[in-house]
Ligand binder design. Structure first.
Ligand SMILES: NC(=O)c1ccc[n+]([C@@H]2O[C@H](COP(=O)([O-])OP(=O)(O)OC[C@H]3O[C@@H](n4cnc5c(N)ncnc54)[C@H](OP(=O)(O)O)[C@@H]3O)[C@@H](O)[C@H]2O)c1
Length: 359
């Protein structure tokens, strides 16, 4: 059995069973430290909307990658098996899109098992040492980097210069889309239903007041038929929101679906398979009130998307102040109650909720 003298006899971890989240102490499974294991000790965790969806069971869990519950993290490699290619002490984050053989991130230790090739994709080195102080989550940024890269590939564009981009939803995803679209040369306009996220985006200096509007403004004549790209980044991409997005779109525009879809969802109703378009990252023509639109989407991310995210942060720190997306920091003890309340919509935070683990 591998020697792991610095590891404890027990550790705290979370379980999600039948919609109930609990935190408990478990014996540390030293026999799980194998040649194909990377053990991560998280410093910081993020709560994602997908975590809340899994608590209430409103998310389809893909079998190839497993549940997302506890996937946003930054931590240190506490043990690296001989066949992993990693070393103890490396600063890393997780790509949850690679293998289901991993334990939840909402814990003092996270076990990731896989072949060297899988681990090379699933555990991503973090080059930004300052992330421990100015905390941000690489995974949601990598997903946006990936999504806009796919958008450009699907539309054969090299950038968004001169394009008017509308974003529905000013959650963490919508705001990050706006930052990146602006960096790619677009003028972003964000629409958000509730006041709290609109105020947060402006207070944090992420958007100028004139860049963000109430969702009801999307119906105003000056916004109709205007945008070259409309990104739907809300919790769920409902038909009503996709209709709003289509109204905003100019003839020939791209409707880009990022927010949740489920198996069997179609848009326009009964027409394009929007869930497959999002998950398989396709582009298909659709029609809306006589307008020709292209329905496209993106899902997940790869290691190179993380690396591109780190490069963007390093080279353009002012364009990507992602640490400002955080609106609450809590301890692991407080996590089960908070995530349960967020999932039940008793509690809502305009930005990211970060869990700080004791050093
Ligand atoms: N494709 C991918 O790879 C990928 C990756 C990560 C996440 N996602 C998707 O992105 C979604 C958003 O993530 P997030 O981190 O930005 O979540 P978030 O921070 O919780 O934000 C959710 C946003 O959705 C809006 N919203 C919720 N219900 C709405 C409704 N009925 N009508 C209008 N707006 C509504 C919220 O507006 P209010 O302020 O008005 O509540 C808020 O702007 C997730 O749910 C997930 O499905 C996709």
């Amino acid at each position: 059995m591998p020697q792991a003298p610095n590891l404890p006899a027990e550790y705290a971890t979370t379980t999600l069973r039948d919609g109930v989240v609990s935190l408990g102490t478990r014996p540390f499974p030293h026999d799980a430290l194998r040649a194909d294991t990377v053990l991560i000790k998280p410093h910081h965790l993020g709560i994602c909307r997908a975590d809340a969806k899994e608590v209430v069971g409103s998310r389809d869990v893909p079998e190839d990658r497993g549940p997302l519950f506890g996937h946003e993290l930054v931590g240190t490699v506490a043990f690296a098996g001989a066949r992993t290619g990693f070393r103890e002490g490396e600063l890393v984050t997780l790509n949850p899109n690679i293998t289901p053989t991993r334990t939840t991130g909402f814990a003092e230790y996270v076990f990731v098992h896989g072949t060297e090739a899988q681990l090379d994709q699933a555990v991503v080195r973090v080059p930004e040492a300052g992330i421990r102080d100015a905390v941000w989550m690489p995974e949601p940024f990598a997903c946006i980097v990936h999504a806009l890269r796919r958008l450009l590939e699907l539309t054969a564009l090299t950038d968004l210069r001169g394009r008017r981009v509308a974003v529905l939803g000013a959650g963490c995803a919508g705001l990050t889309f706006a930052l990146y679209a602006r960096h790619l040369g677009a003028s972003p306009t964000v629409f958000n239903r509730g006041e709290a996220r609109r105020a947060f985006a402006v207070q944090q200096g992420l958007l100028a007041a004139e860049e963000i509007h109430p969702l009801t403004d999307a119906k105003a004549p000056q916004h109709q038929d205007r945008y070259h790209v409309v990104i739907v980044a809300t919790t769920v991409s409902t038909t009503e929101l996709l209709d709003t997005a289509s109204d905003l779109a100019a003839d020939g525009a791209v409707l880009f679906v990022y927010g949740g879809t489920r198996r069997g969802d179609t848009y326009p109703p009964g027409r394009a398979d929007v869930d497959t378009i999002r998950r398989a990252e396709l582009i298909e023509p659709v029609e809306h009130h006589g307008k020709r639109l292209h329905l496209a989407g993106a899902y997940g991310c790869h290691r190179e998307d993380y690396e591109e995210g780190f490069r963007l942060r390093a080279e353009h720190p002012l364009a990507f102040p992602l640490e400002k997306l955080t609106s609450l920091r809590i301890g692991l003890d407080d996590f089960p109650r908070r995530v349960t309340d967020i999932a039940a919509e008793r509690e809502d935070h305009p930005g990211k909720v970060i869990i700080d683990l004791a050093p």
